[in-house]
Design a protein. Structure first.
Length: 208
């Protein structure tokens, strides 16, 4: 059976298992990117960009989904994730291409040989990066629409791609903090030492 060996030789994975990791990696990325684009298309077709002064439920204002906890508030973000880095869609688009290439390379070097959670995290990262990159290439900005918080205390408006990236970061942090526990395999039980010939002889010797 063909196997793939890790860089340190501590773990061998059958070639079929590595192929399954790649399938899972691209499947997760594809699901995230498709869900992200479908949700953005639906939101863009049914809601107007929300202004900061618009009242909830009015034209240009956020639309309540679960009271004030979760609202739909469409905004056009030409910066980074959660609106960071300001107006730099072109630079971020080029950076996204580099990031996407790095994610695929890291999956090839570590994801197929590491813990399954690593492949899941990298798939989420790839899907999120692709989803937002499509927006930047097609529109010049990213559509954000999920508004969460309570009253005036709101989190940054985000989208499905951002949520996938954030989840991936949490998984990577968990692997970094608890990786040894997650990847530790139980030690095989040691075989009982064979009884010496003297012990056997003593045990079978008849009393005089």
């Amino acid at each position: 059976m063909a196997v793939m060996r890790g860089a340190t030789g501590e773990r061998d994975i059958p070639a079929g298992g590595a192929r399954g990791r790649w399938i899972g990696f691209f499947a997760i990325a594809g699901i995230v990117a498709i869900a992200d684009q479908l949700s953005k298309g639906w939101v863009a077709a049914n809601f107007s960009p929300a202004s900061s002064s618009g009242a909830p439920g009015t034209s240009g204002g956020p639309t309540r989904v679960f009271g004030d906890w979760v609202r739909i508030a469409v905004s056009h973000n030409d910066g980074g994730i959660f609106g960071l880095l300001g107006s730099s869609a072109l630079v971020l688009g080029l950076a996204s291409l580099v990031v996407i290439a790095a994610i695929v390379v890291y999956q090839a070097r570590a994801g197929v040989l590491g813990h399954p959670l690593l492949t899941i995290a990298l798939g989420l990262l790839l899907g999120g990066a692709v989803g937002n990159l499509i927006d930047r290439l097609r529109l010049g900005y990213v559509i954000d629409w999920v508004d969460m918080g309570l009253g005036n205390a709101r989190w940054y408006t985000f989208n499905v791609a951002d949520a996938a990236i954030s989840t991936a970061i949490v998984l990577l942090l968990a692997l970094g903090l608890f990786g040894d526990r997650l990847t530790r395999h139980p030690e095989p039980a040691e075989a009982e030492p064979a009884a010496s010939s003297e012990t056997v002889a003593a045990g079978t010797e008849q009393p005089r």
